[in-house]
Design a protein around this ligand. Structure first.
Ligand SMILES: [Zn+2]
Length: 131
């Protein structure tokens, strides 16, 4: 069966080459390139791959790092694993549902969590809250 794994990779057809590079191949978008760096409205940030809600707008803060940053995440929306690439030890963050690579989490965020989820904007879709 040639389409045996079609369901698993259903999201792939919706994505640009750059999104695939980041989300499937653990790439990184250029710093400062995402319009979501400047997004401050309330709303929900969804996984660009499977549309699972990952972050609320009120979890976002301006870290100045060049990528959208969040100090926490919606419960159980993401999974992490230790990433030894680029001669660094970092904690990789991916979507718990479709496993798309999102970014990394660092222990230098604001209180109360002390965490900084540094996320590729290209891996997210933002939908502002209807008022
Ligand atoms: Zn996903």
């Amino acid at each position: 069966m040639t389409n045996q794994s079609k369901k698993e990779f259903l999201w792939v057809s919706d994505l640009s080459a750059e999104q695939l590079r980041v989300m499937r191949d653990h790439g990184t978008e250029p710093p400062g390139s995402s319009p979501l760096n400047y997004e401050t409205r309330s709303g929900i940030y969804y996984c660009a791959g499977c549309h699972t809600p990952l972050f609320h707008g009120d979890m976002k803060y301006d870290s100045g790092c060049g990528w959208p940053a969040f100090f926490t995440v919606i419960d159980n929306a993401v999974e992490t694993e230790i990433d030894h690439s680029h001669h660094m030890v970092r904690t990789e963050v991916h979507c718990a549902k479709c496993k798309a690579h999102l970014g990394h989490v660092f222990p230098d965020g604001p209180q109360p969590t002390g965490e900084r989820y540094c996320i590729n904007g290209i891996s997210l879709k933002f939908k502002k809250e209807e008022s």
